[in-house]
Design a protein around this ligand. Sequence first.
Ligand code: DGL
Length: 270
Amino acid sequence: MMRNIGIFDSGIGGITLLHQAMALLPGENYIFYADTDHVPYGTKSRETVLGYVDEVLRFMTNHDCKAVVIACNTATAVAAEAMREKYRIPIIGIEPAVKPAVGESKGKRVLVVATPLTIRDERFRSLVARVDYAHLVDLLPLPGLVEFAEDGEFESDAEFAYLQRELSAYDLEQYGELVLGCTHFNYFKDSFRRLLPPQVRLIDGSEGTIRQLARVLEARGELAGSAREAANKNDTSVRYFYSGRAVTDARELERIERLHQRLEKMQHIR
Ligand code: DGL
């Protein structure tokens, strides 16, 4: 029987990874879980988010998942290690792409934007400390962008003004890379691009995370289309859940489809 790949986030941000997974790994059965009852995660406590993530993992293991992708930088930072100890299925988590950004910034500064909880998190702090030898990395929480994304406000004046205000504290000419350290932020690549000087490149960890998922499944002989699973490559399926409830409403599914379309447009902005 064909098993599932579970992908989850606090909300719509994780569709970024689902979108890439569907392109890179067709023929799979995906379960996408948005924890809409509890979004946002990034302004809550570590203990609270740990509890939410545990609930999602329990759901995934009860839904025949062969691997789970934590499509939320915040949840990875606070819960990935604990979940790997507790559950036996492979758990792949997205992290802010700080290491590649530092490597590619050619001595210029690196600005990491993420949620307040990610930025406070010890595991994230030690990731930064490990790669930021020259003290080039600055951290900026942008919780407002999560709210704009959940409200579907992608091109509003208020959203643009918020981002402009938050970035105005930085001399952006000194920067070479901007790390999108929250999956919700990928919906706003056009606004970032408009506000940043041309030499600042946008980078995020989504493609690397899906490549890691592919490697893990391949190593276990569990990729659809491999000898063990006789899947039809064109036969990709996705089921959406909001905090454990199946999404069946046609209008809601259309809204999700529009989010995929927006991400398709944003994907080419660097
Ligand atoms: N999308 C999530 C992330 O990547 C967090 C958004 C939130 O719930 O605050 O960190």
